[in-house]
Design a protein around this ligand. Structure first.
Ligand SMILES: Cc1ncc(COP(=O)(O)O)c(C=O)c1O
Length: 440
């Protein structure tokens, strides 16, 4: 804060408004690898970095037909402001979508938002004060953490393994945060086909985690964009299917339809729902009537379940291409085996740092997201998130082959500098199986 009478220190920042920003904007820093990603979007680079849905698998005619119908039959409504809660017909249809995840609810408790990202923002606005603690898996969805930080909250990462969040670790973290006199506002979790870890919380653990949350009076924010994109077997039912009062559930049409619509939703207990609607109105007046009606028409007329099956098939094939390429080109490393969703979490030997290696990878025409992006505390240095959703299976193979060349090149370089064979002791055992040691 500037003392009265003292000249404002403008530093050497070129932004003349540097000292006018609210304190909360200090959490809004651009990712350090953002500039590299601009290079990585060149067509010759195989990008395993972004989690972009493969929207080309959605027949455009299906959307064009829905759009035509909306404009000819409900044009004036589509072009008008709507309700801050969302269009009632769509909220009813959202119940059908959520029923596939075991959830039964009332359309009254659904609030339509501008993508689930916006629901994360609204929810955080309602609950977070500066200094509050959000418990979240380690690693965790990067842009949720950006939101939490923008409300000056701190993320405390709870370890996971191949079965998802570890209940005992959750108990321990709650004890520790409380003992430090800090306030835990909620547990943020992506229990199904986790971004970025690619793992799914087992049914037994779901029940245990809900019990821990109940016992400790902790609200659960369940973020579930990928649940319907399972490869073979359906995942366990959503946390919200078990617990109604203690869970706020977020869903979206971004992954099962298209993110360009920017339509997602929150399902919340009555009192929270009321506040979410007010926050939604304050932020956007009403979510887009236009895209809500197009989606509603699509759900009404098209075979949306069949289309979800098509997406599932596309992503299953891509995941198989990625795992088989990893097995072929990088057999000495460890990675997770997702049963749905978009992501694989790769663990490098602990003498390789994924962020430092990224410029070389981009030079070799492959991009990935370094693990540190998914931690608030600097962990994840030896991890990489690989997204298999967007490139074709052929390009995924090419990308993994290039990545292997970069990783092996780095290892050779280190071997050379360390003296022959001196790094053998820290190389991973080629025969070791199981989860990455630091997917903790
Ligand atoms: C875990 C998670 N939550 C939320 C979102 C945001 O999705 P939407 O497009 O609905 O805003 C994403 C997008 O990738 C995600 O992976």
């Amino acid at each position: 804060m500037t003392e009265p009478g003292k000249p404002v220190n403008r530093g050497n920042n070129l932004d003349p408004w540097y000292h006018h920003y609210a304190q909360r904007t200090s959490g809004l820093s651009a990712s350090e690898v953002r500039a590299l990603f601009a290079v990585a979007s060149r067509p010759e680079v195989v990008s395993l970095a972004g989690g972009m849905p493969f929207v080309s698998a959605l027949p455009k005619e299906l959307i064009a037909t829905a759009l035509d119908r909306v404009m000819s039959e409900q044009g004036a409504v589509a072009l008008q402001y709507g309700s801050g809660q969302g269009i009632p017909a769509l909220r009813e249809q959202i119940l059908e979508v959520m029923a596939l995840e075991g959830i039964s609810a009332s359309a009254d408790d659904v609030v339509v938002t501008t993508g689930s990202q916006h629901a994360l923002e609204l929810f955080s606005k309602l609950f977070l004060d500066p200094g509050d603690v959000v418990l979240a898996e380690g690693p965790s969805y990067v842009t949720a953490m950006v939101v939490f930080r923008s409300f000056q909250a701190e993320v405390d990462h709870v370890p996971m393994d191949e079965h998802g969040l570890i209940p005992e670790a959750l108990r321990e973290h709650i004890r520790r945060v409380k003992a430090a006199g800090r306030t835990i506002k909620f547990l943020y979790t992506v229990p199904t086909f986790h971004n970025p870890a690619g793992v799914t919380l087992t049914w037994e653990r779901r029940l245990e985690i809900l019990e821990i949350a109940r016992d400790n009076d902790i609200l659960v924010l369940e973020d579930n964009p990928y649940g319907l994109l399972y490869f073979d077997e359906r995942p366990p039912a959503a946390l919200r299917s078990v617990e109604q009062e203690g869970v706020v559930y977020l869903g979206t049409f971004s992954k099962t339809l298209a993110p360009g619509f920017r339509v997602g939703w929150a399902l919340a207990p009555h009192a929270i729902r009321e506040k979410l609607i007010l926050a939604n109105e304050a932020a956007v007046l009403s979510p887009s009537s236009f895209t809500q009606l197009v989606i509603s028409q699509y759900l009404d007329e098209a075979d949306w379940k069949g289309q979800t099956d098509i997406f599932r098939g596309v992503y299953r094939e891509r995941k198989e291409a990625m795992l088989s390429a990893l097995g072929e080109y990088l057999p000495e490393l460890k990675w997770t085996n997702p049963t749905g969703g978009f992501y694989v979490w790769l663990t490098l030997p602990d003498y390789l740092v994924s962020k430092a290696m990224l410029p070389r990878a981009v030079k070799e025409l492959v991009a990935y997201t370094p693990g540190t992006a998914f931690y608030a505390d600097g962990s994840g240095r030896h991890n990489i998130r690989l997204a298999f959703c967007y490139p074709t299976p052929e390009n995924i193979r090419v990308g993994i082959r290039r990545l292997a060349a970069v990783i092996n090149g780095e290892m050779d370089l280190l071997d050379t500098f360390a003296g022959t064979g001196s790094l053998d002791a820290v190389r991973l055992d080629r025969n070791s199986a199981g989860l990455p040691s630091d997917l903790p």
